[in-house]
Design a protein around this ligand. Structure first.
Ligand code: SF4
Length: 358
């Protein structure tokens, strides 16, 4: 970790300087000549992060399919005709075994996803056992379980959960075109519950869902103007899956894959507006060229998911990642994330999250 960055996060957030981004400012970033945008993003990146280190995370689906939500991109929705079988919550020991394997393969963080609208209170004891078990291995823990009530966020915080993932998915204006079973505000409410509990926030979205650039500006604006920036910002490229509304709408059209340069612009905008966040290349990376991934790293992406699968979607795979890292001279992140190295006192956190998350 870079010594000089220790308290930058507090400065950025405490003086309020940079969570007041306007949409116009973010649109101007997107509009910059590409090389200029890349240079600015790379400059912000190396001021705040070790520039050649990339965090390795592993994602495991601990409860797959049968989700009552209707997220238009998701093969796990019960509304989709994607052929994904619904399963029960994995056994605690099986999850711990998979976490141990991920640790052996160099993963720093173990992320676990359950296809739920929200966890039921009866699920919480097993979830808590999983969090405690993975944390005891010395790995960072992250969960994504859908919407969280304040008391559930508190329970997870007490169990020692490091991160909770809940994506805003897209900009507020496009959101209703993607999901109808819950509102944008529901997403923001869960993020606020997570933040208030003291758990670190992981929140990002998906590009290439048929949205406009203005929607991508709105997506970055939502995250960059939260009272406190998310510590992790996953940026996904849609993997169109047949049988899902968006997969069927976009498959076999020129919009089936987001333009690489536009994707890199989105990564760069995330990096510039949220300098301390870990910006994660997530779904869609397996279909990107090595050159496009290299541009993403140049633009400030510094976290990836490893392994062959992301929940139900294919991923790049450990061997191809190792080869790419070697080719680019990148190494696995060893130190702590900058945003976490200046963890706040509960009183500071309360001050920062007291405002309405809108
Ligand atoms: S994205 Fe999550 S909440 Fe939405 S349908 Fe898929 S599993 Fe359910």
């Amino acid at each position: 970790m870079l010594e000089s960055q220790t308290c930058l996060h507090n400065q950025v957030q405490h003086d309020g300087a940079r969570n007041d981004w306007t949409r116009a400012e973010i649109a101007e970033l997107f509009d910059l000549p590409f090389t200029e945008l890349l240079f600015r993003a790379a400059t912000v990146h190396r001021e705040n992060h070790p520039p050649t280190e990339v965090q390795l995370c592993t994602l495991l689906s601990i409860k797959t399919g049968g989700c009552p939500e209707d997220c238009g991109y998701c093969s796990q929705s019960a509304h989709a005709d994607s052929g994904v079988e619904a399963t029960k919550l994995l056994d605690v020991q099986e999850v711990l075994q998979r976490a141990a394997q991920a640790k052996d393969q160099g993963s720093q963080r173990f992320c676990m996803g359950a296809a739920w609208r929200n966890p039921k209170d009866r699920d919480m004891p097993a979830i808590i056992q999983i969090v405690e078990g993975v944390a005891a291995m010395g790995m960072e823990t992250c969960m994504t379980l859908g919407m969280l009530a304040p008391h559930q966020a508190e329970q997870l915080a007490e169990a020692g959960l490091d991160y909770y993932n809940h994506n805003v998915d897209t900009g507020p204006e496009y959101y209703d075109r993607v999901i109808t079973t819950r509102k944008y505000q529901d997403r923001l409410d869960t993020l606020e519950n997570v933040r208030n509990s003291g758990i670190n926030v992981c929140s990002g979205g998906i590009v290439g869902m048929g949205e406009t650039r203005d929607d991508r500006v709105g997506f970055i604006h939502t995250l960059a103007t939260l009272p406190q920036h998310p510590e992790s910002v996953p940026v996904n490229a849609l993997v169109p899956v047949k049988g899902t509304p968006l997969g069927d709408m976009l498959a076999d059209t020129p919009m089936a894959q987001i333009d690489d340069i536009e994707f890199v612009r989105t990564v760069a905008a995330a990096r510039i507006t949220m300098p301390l966040a870990m910006v994660r290349l997530s779904a869609g990376r397996e279909s990107m060229s090595e050159a496009a991934q290299a541009l993403c790293f140049m633009a400030g992406a510094n976290s990836i998911f490893t392994g062959e699968k992301l929940l139900t979607a294919p991923n790049a795979g450990d061997d191809s990642d190792a080869a790419l890292f070697k080719k680019l001279g990148l190494t696995a992140l060893q130190g702590e994330e900058p945003a976490r190295s200046c963890a706040k006192t509960p009183a500071e956190t309360q001050n920062l999250t007291g405002a309405d998350a809108t």
